[in-house]
Design a protein around this ligand. Structure first.
Ligand SMILES: CC(=O)SCCNC(=O)CCNC(=O)[C@H](O)C(C)(C)COP(=O)(O)OP(=O)(O)OC[C@H]1O[C@@H](n2cnc3c(N)ncnc32)[C@H](O)[C@@H]1OP(=O)(O)O
Length: 248
């Protein structure tokens, strides 16, 4: 790193620190509808119906958290907690089959930050708040957090991957952007001991570890040892009997 880069980095960190000190988090309310609509139109290439904005700003089933700076919304995260039974087909195999259909999962509908405030840790702050809620005592039945993202959204993908989210599936033609089909990915983070279904690799490695435990090559040796032990026991019980006879 050059001196110039170090200075720029420290300046940026200082700026982030002073912004973060003034950022406040609060839940969205119906009064935020127009502002949220404006921001989402700016951030996302997808058009949402008005009913969607009404829902996320007023329905308590959504965890809709805003980051504000001097009372202005500069970022938001919207998440819905639902049961495994309510998963769409494409996400149906998010959790291992042994999880009951009443097990919960959290779906991040959107996460965005105003351009001028990006790279100052605002999205991280929002995601951390969401994750600390989802891993709290009251949400222990929630086993995974997942989301959908355009394959071309490299910034968001690297953001989520940097926070331990992993690809769950590739979704060809998942989006329609300005009349054109676009591919997507679903990403997932398992929480509260949530687990994905077993992959072929898991089955192979499980069979491998079973075989290692059983040690089929050592089987004849084990049988020999068992026979030896049995004979020894029979002999020693015979001698005990004779000792017993002698004592009497
Ligand atoms: C389900 C979905 O919502 S998918 C769609 C996601 N949203 C969008 O695409 C909307 C448009 N994009 C955005 O709004 C933003 O770019 C987001 C939400 C993806 C990221 O928001 P940001 O507030 O910039 O994120 P944040 O600052 O927390 O982290 C971004 C990067 O900046 C880095 N960063 C944070 N502070 C600093 C700093 N002071 N100096 C330099 N880098 C910094 C972080 O380390 C991080 O890098 P990493 O991902 O390589 O670890």
């Amino acid at each position: 790193m050059t001196d110039e880069e170090i200075t720029h980095d420290s300046m940026s960190q200082l700026q982030s620190f002073s912004i973060q000190r003034e950022v406040q988090l609060r839940f969205l309310s119906p009064q935020d509808l127009e502002e949220v609509k404006r921001l989402c139109t700016e951030w996302f290439p997808i058009e949402y119906p008005d009913a969607w904005y009404q829902e996320i700003t007023s329905n308590p089933k959504f965890y809709s958290l805003a980051a504000t700076y001097h009372s202005r919304i500069i970022g938001l995260v919207v998440c819905e907690i639902k049961t495994k039974a309510k998963l769409n087909n494409e996400d149906g195999d998010l959790l291992a089959p042994y999880f009951a259909s009443s097990t919960q999962v959290a779906y991040i509908l959107s996460l965005g930050v105003v351009v001028d405030f990006r790279k100052h840790g605002i999205a991280s702050l929002l995601l951390d708040s969401l994750l600390s809620y989802l891993t709290s005592k009251e949400c222990q039945n929630c086993k995974a957090v997942y989301l959908h993202v355009l394959c071309s959204n490299i910034v968001a993908i690297s953001f989520y991957e940097g926070r331990n989210f992993v690809v769950h599936s590739y979704l060809p033609y998942y989006y329609t952007i300005q009349g054109k089909p676009k591919d997507g990915y679903s990403y997932v983070l398992y929480i509260n001991d949530g687990k994905p279904p077993w992959s072929i690799l898991d089955y192979i490695s499980h069979c491998g570890s079973l075989l290692t435990k059983l040690q089929p090559c050592a089987l004849p040796r084990q049988i020999m040892r068992m026979v030896q032990r049995l004979v020894c026991r029979m002999l020693s019980s015979g001698s005990t009997d004779s000792n017993a006879n002698y004592t009497y």
